[in-house]
Design a protein around this ligand. Structure first.
Ligand code: XUL
Ligand code: MN
Length: 343
């Protein structure tokens, strides 16, 4: 069977290795150099934050429009496609305590205008999807904000975006914590609940990141299944995560191969990708890599995904069905492990 998958990542996935405890350890590749990696590494989708496209989200629209047209040209010249634009609402001085759920009306106004602007940017670069990772939409302590009003503000935000961009889809990318102690909308299920309250639920879906699901104590493949059943899994950020700690963004499958296999299997069984969805990665190169070797995490993640696709396709489903019917899960364990070990 032909491989139907198209892969994507964002320019932030090639980076200089700074972490909260130390500075950059390798020079940053230029944006053009990063774009030139895509095809060579086997990727054709580019994921963007708004300010990956425009020099500054605070520039006048005439300047932002020019920047966005330039990026569109660079993509077209390389045969690349913009998969999504995500307004980066968590770095600006105005959004220190959140964007949409900030207690400051000025911050909320800024965040809303910037979100609508990201739709205008998406229209120029040809992206149909807006991804929302509500980074600071939560609290460090429960008393800091009004939680009910905050949920309402998030729904109003979705509605304003649906109203402004009549052809765009909104994909919520949920994460339970980090940078906040607690997010107001910590999981896919929470977000899809809110989607039903919007003016157009058919245009509100989700991007599921493996590490975010794991941080919520959930299994990423079951999270994906939940969204797939609702036909709302419109993108993924595959990666891996070693337990409950900071968001590690490790290469896909390197921590728990069986957990990775189950993600691939659920995607493969349910026709993921056949309506143009990308297999997106959100992976960080280890800080210990040299500049010359700092794209191997992308190569590895894609390769591991494709090898797991082969394993998903060669699994004997009749055997699985029979073991399920007989409730012989000990044997099922062995069948899966043997399959992963290549026996
Ligand atoms: C943060 C995260 C973001 C989103 C895009 O944990 O995953 O990079 O993927 O804003
Ligand atoms: Mn992500």
């Amino acid at each position: 069977m032909a491989n139907p998958y198209r892969f994507s990542f964002g320019p932030w996935n090639i980076h200089s290795g700074a972490d909260p405890f130390g500075p950059a350890v390798r020079d940053e590749f230029s944006f053009i150099e990063k774009l030139d990696f895509y095809k060579n590494l086997g990727f054709e989708g580019v994921q963007f934050h708004d300010d990956d496209i425009v020099a500054s989200a605070d520039d006048a629209w005439s300047k932002q429009e020019k920047d966005a047209k330039k990026i569109r040209q660079l993509l077209d010249e390389r045969g690349l496609e913009a998969e999504f634009v995500a307004p980066r609402l968590w770095e600006h001085p105005l959004t220190i305590d959140g964007a949409i759920t900030s207690n400051s009306p000025e911050a909320r106004k800024y965040a809303l205008e910037r979100s609508l602007r990201s739709i205008d940017i998406a229209n120029i670069v040809g992206a149909k999807n807006i991804v929302l990772w509500p980074a600071r939409e939560g609290t460090y302590m429960r008393e800091a904000k009004d939680p009910v009003a905050s949920v309402g503000r998030l729904v109003d935000w979705l509605n304003a975006m649906l109203e402004h961009g009549k052809n765009i889809r909104i994909l919520g990318e949920m994460k339970p914590n980090e940078p906040m102690d607690q997010a107001y909308v910590p999981t896919t299920g929470h977000f899809l609940g809110l989607a039903q309250l919007t003016i157009d639920p058919s245009r509100v879906g989700t991007l599921i990141e493996s590490a975010h699901a794991i941080l919520a104590g959930l299994d990423p493949s079951d999270e994906m299944a939940y969204a797939l059943y609702q036909k709302k899994l419109w993108s993924v950020h595959l990666n891996d995560q070693n337990g409950l700690k900071f968001d590690e963004d490790k290469s896909f499958g390197v921590v728990d191969l069986r957990r990775a296999f189950n993600q691939v299997w659920v995607l493969e069984r349910n026709g993921y990708g056949q309506n143009g969805e990308f297999v997106g990665l959100d992976v960080k190169a280890l800080r210990t890599q040299s500049k010359a070797t700092s794209t191997k995490h992308l190569r590895n993640s894609r390769e591991i995904f494709l090898q797991l696709v082969d394993l998903a396709r060669s699994l004997d489903v009749h055997k699985i069905d029979a073991l399920r019917a007989n409730r012989d899960y000990e044997e099922l364990d062995m069948v899966i492990i043997n399959h992963l070990l290549g026996h």
